[in-house]
Design a protein around this ligand. Structure first.
Ligand SMILES: NC(=O)c1ccc[n+]([C@@H]2O[C@H](COP(=O)([O-])OP(=O)(O)OC[C@H]3O[C@@H](n4cnc5c(N)ncnc54)[C@H](O)[C@@H]3O)[C@@H](O)[C@H]2O)c1
Length: 248
């Protein structure tokens, strides 16, 4: 599915699913603005894309900060001339535990990055897309956006919020040639999770009907599809990518 010449911003693109998505979109011909709170991680992704013959720019931003997000999209327009596509991927989780013991700071942090960050980015992206008369956005939700993530109150609430924002905006902009969808991965072996002990990772895999965890590249492929014209009649959808976990 070619994305030749399209301009796209991917947040949280310095690692894991975001990096794999940035690489996938660049391989499909998009000009990719790689954004991450870590400038070094973002640059490493840009280097991988450039080495593979693609086009990418590093524009660091903390998605929970309004001034960072404004600067990100201002710089995006300077670098690539506008915005056709966007992937709001940046997100963090928190340590599992009872809600009554969840530190307020952990709630604020997760809500700030996962929900407020998605809102701030969508706000900027939709402004540019309305002006351009077209656009396609994919928000990175989670299985936790449609069901419970055990003992993770803030993460579950934030990702349900991301799915809600996706549906609300999809209908608001449906007649303005802008599509907005969400993907809901189950357990995906990103560098963060790869650090867990082998027996814990084996337990995760065992809980999944397909008997294995997902890969960042499998999520990236679905994101590329939803962004592309091959998904031209799909909006407001939350796509489960979880090896069957939701249905067991
Ligand atoms: N890995 C999974 O199993 C899984 C499952 C479901 C959903 N997700 C979601 O996918 C997304 C990516 O997850 P991942 O596993 O690839 O994570 P990761 O930790 O491997 O990478 C996340 C990247 O986001 C960056 N980041 C963190 N806070 C940021 C901020 N405030 N602003 C900008 N960038 C920031 C980090 O620096 C990092 O490079 C998240 O939204 C996560 O909730 C992951």
């Amino acid at each position: 599915m070619p994305l030749n010449g399209s301009s796209v911003v991917v947040t949280g693109a310095g690692a894991g699913i975001g990096r794999a998505t940035a690489l996938r979109l660049a391989a499909a011909g998009a000009r990719v603005v790689v954004s991450d709170v870590s400038e070094t991680s973002g640059q490493a992704t840009v280097d991988l894309i450039t080495e593979a013959g693609g086009t990418a720019y590093n524009v660091p931003a903390d998605v929970s900060r309004e001034d960072d997000v404004q600067a990100l999209f201002f710089r995006t327009v300077e670098l690539v001339g506008g915005l056709d596509l966007a992937v709001n991927n940046a997100g963090i989780a928190h340590h599992p535990g009872d809600l009554h013991e969840l530190p307020v700071s952990a709630w604020d942090l997760v809500m700030g990055v996962d929900l407020r960050g998605t809102f701030l980015c969508m706000r900027a992206e939709l402004g540019l897309m309305v002006a351009a008369g077209h656009g396609s956005i994919v928000n990175m939700a989670s299985n936790a956006g449609v069901k419970n993530a055990p003992d993770m109150a803030a993460y579950t609430a934030a990702k349900h919020g991301v799915v809600g924002l996706t549906k609300n905006a999809a209908l608001q902009y449906a007649r303005r040639n802008i599509r907005i969808n969400a993907v809901c991965p189950g357990t995906v072996l990103t560098p963060g999770l790869a650090g867990y002990p082998e027996e814990i990772r084996a337990q995760w895999a065992d809980m999944i009907p397909m008997g294995r965890t997902g890969t960042p590249e499998e999520i990236a492929g679905s994101v590329a599809f939803l962004l592309s014209d091959e998904a031209a009649f799909i909006t407001g959808h939350e796509l489960l990518i979880d090896g069957g976990l939701m249905y067991q």
